[in-house]
Design a protein around this ligand. Structure first.
Ligand code: AHR
Length: 615
């Protein structure tokens, strides 16, 4: 029974309550949301990024082709380039199984090249797979010093295993060999992969937290050094990621791969605007987290990072006459992006050290931009002494909002619906910046949905919440579960994605107080349609029955605590099976096996094989 107090006043729910947390993890950017199809386009991969890398990773060479790092480079931040002798070629294999192209679609090629040959260097460009050409070959002729050359292909076949070959008729230097689909999200140049961006946009996210996570506050906090060149494994420093793409230094990130920064701060702000989400950047606090636990004690470096953060606000919001506002305008967005919230730090495990630095960031930001909400965090845990200490420091410092993160079992999510009922309303507001139950099953999604009703009930104190992580390329996985999965041509939302979509697209205005009674919490029969997972614990349930889509009992049996195995060979009725096919009433279900252990709540997949008896 649900009693609804229609006259009662519950918490107001902000439109921004549910958002997304984007991190470049699981190749979410290069090979993912960033639509570039060529992998290692600027030959910057190094063993320092990942010991399996070389500057020619994902390239095959024919003839005399080598990567050079000398004063003839394209830019001080783009150190390596390719030297290709007359009659030689290089072929790129893209990500996953290769470059994915679709028949009839346009693909834009570009390359930076220079040659000292008087007649220029004719470059032949081909898009092909093992079965032959995927588009008519194109030709451009490079002449003189570094310049950008463009061509476009129209695919004559569809393939997910394409290759791009560049062959030169004369000695030439090449860099930034690039291929983009014309059809990017909102048709933007240097844009985003449409299916992925559309899946994110379909959530109607209230905010976009970016660019990480552990990606932000790990590694060296030093700046890229243009004199010595390599300064790899740097924390995410936003200034590295803006301006012309050929002038953006690459970096190797915490998750073990090279990131091109082609998808950088300007593109994130643009994406937030395109999806109607409030932008919410995270900057490093100079205390590394994510197991690194090191506080950088360098006042000059801290000052520089604080200044960078002030410059970031100017980049987002400043007038075109300001230094950083002008750079934004030059990149194509004279209008401010309307930044209102910014987080300093992520999961620092050293609360005292973090707070000393956080307070300096906050003081500088508040002095210049008092309208900006500066978000702190509570470390990596959802409870315990570090968590308590961090919260105490946050309260003592009158912090406006605290970022909490947790990844727990579905059981934890079911049991902690009331987590925020007792949070002190006088203290900081909560930004639940990362959470997920451990899995991508229907049961996980259900436990998150149950938990989210608790977030919503406490919308007066929980102001923002985002599932994490958002994206995963199935061939380059560092973290599971994830909300949206993809390969080089397809993407699919998890059950958890559907939960998020349900909540994000249906944000209420205010909570109507209600009470439920008679809710079967830990006893009673489980019912569910075949193909969905149901939850069972042998200790709590004696009678288990599974009903078909039409309400007919499909099968039922007793199993007692400790028994641990439940088998039932057959049942009759009309029901929907796992693959969505419809089974007629005179068909039999066979081979049904459910195993219930004694480990408390577990997820059981009902494996059903339907055999046709007749007809
Ligand atoms: O979401 C994956 C990781 O989990 C994030 O990078 C980090 O903040 C957390 O530990």
């Amino acid at each position: 029974t649900i009693d609804v107090d229609t006259a009662g006043a519950g918490a107001k729910i902000d439109d921004t309550m549910y958002g997304v947390f984007y991190e470049d993890i699981n190749r979410a950017a290069d090979g993912g949301l960033y639509a570039e199809l060529v992998q290692n386009r600027s030959f910057e991969y190094e063993p320092a990024d990942n010991r399996n890398y070389t500057p020619l990773t994902s390239w095959d060479t024919k003839g005399a082709a080598k990567v050079v790092n000398d004063g003839g480079r394209l830019h001080e931040r783009n150190r390596n380039y390719l030297s290709l002798a007359a009659g030689s070629s290089v072929t790129n294999s893209g990500y996953n199984t290769g470059i994915a192209v679709e028949k009839g679609k346009r693909y834009d090629f570009s390359v930076w090249a220079r040659t000292d040959r008087a007649g220029g260097a004719p470059l032949t460009l081909t898009l092909h797979d093992a079965s032959g050409e995927l588009a008519a070959a194109r030709r451009v002729t490079a002449r003189g010093g570094w310049a950008k050359y463009k061509a476009s292909f129209t695919a004559t076949r569809t393939s997910t295993a394409g290759r791009l070959t560049v062959a030169s008729g004369a000695d030439a230097a090449l860099d930034m060999i690039s291929l983009f689909p014309r059809d990017t999200y909102k048709g933007r140049e240097n844009g985003l992969r449409k299916d992925l961006a559309e899946k994110i946009a379909a959530l109607e996210p209230g905010f976009l937290r970016f660019p990480g996570g552990c990606l932000v506050n790990t590694g060296s906090h030093e700046a890229y050094d243009e004199k010595s060149g390599w300064q790899r494994k740097r924390s995410y420093q936003w200034k590295d990621t803006i301006g012309p793409v050929e002038q953006r230094a690459t970096n190797s990130n915490f998750w073990g791969y090279n990131q091109s920064y082609g998808l950088g701060y300007y593109e994130y702000f643009q994406f937030a605007e395109d999806t109607g989400a409030m932008p919410l950047p995270v900057v490093p606090a100079l205390v590394t987290g994510c197991g690194q636990n090191k506080a950088t004690d360098d006042p000059a470096l801290l000052k520089r990072h604080i200044q960078d953060t002030l410059d970031l606000i100017e980049f987002a919001n400043g007038p075109v006459s300001s230094e950083w506002g002008k750079k934004r305008a030059r990149m194509g967005h004279p209008k401010p992006f309307g930044l209102t919230h910014l987080a300093v730090g992520n999961e620092e495990n050293l609360p005292e050290e973090f707070f000393a630095r956080f307070k300096e960031f906050r003081a500088a930001i508040e002095a210049k931009y008092p309208e900006i909400t500066v978000i702190s965090n509570s470390g990596p845990d959802d409870s315990g002494s570090t968590f308590d200490k961090a919260w105490q420091l946050n309260r003592d410092a009158n912090v406006a909002m605290v970022d909490e993160h947790y990844y727990n079992s579905p059981q934890w999510f079911l049991e902690n619906n009331d987590r925020y009922d007792s949070y002190d309303r006088r203290g900081p507001e909560v930004f639940l910046g990362e959470y997920a139950s451990q899995g991508n099953t229907f049961g996980n999604a259900l436990s998150e949905a149950a938990f989210m009703t608790g977030l919503e009930r406490n919308a007066d104190v929980v102001k923002l919440a985002s599932y994490a992580p958002l994206l995963a390329n199935e061939d380059y996985v560092q973290w599971k579960p994830n909300m949206i999965w993809f390969d080089n041509d397809q993407s699919w939302g998890s059950a958890n994605y559907e939960t998020q979509k349900l909540f994000m697209r249906n944000v209420g205005d205010e909570v109507v107080p209600s009470k439920a009674s008679g809710t079967p919490a830990t006893s009673g029969p489980i019912t569910g349609a075949v193909g969905l997972s149901t939850w069972a614990t042998s200790a709590a349930y004696d009678d288990v029955s599974v009903t078909g889509a039409d309400g007919e009992p499909l099968f039922s049996d007793d199993f007692s605590a400790g028994d641990g195995r439940w088998t039932k060979a057959a049942g009759k009725g009309t029901w929907t099976v796992e693959d969505g096919a419809y089974v007629q009433s005179d068909e039999t279900v066979e081979n049904t096996l459910v195993t219930a252990g004694d480990k408390g709540w577990q997820n059981y997949d009902l494996k059903v094989k339907a055999t046709k008896k007749s007809g």
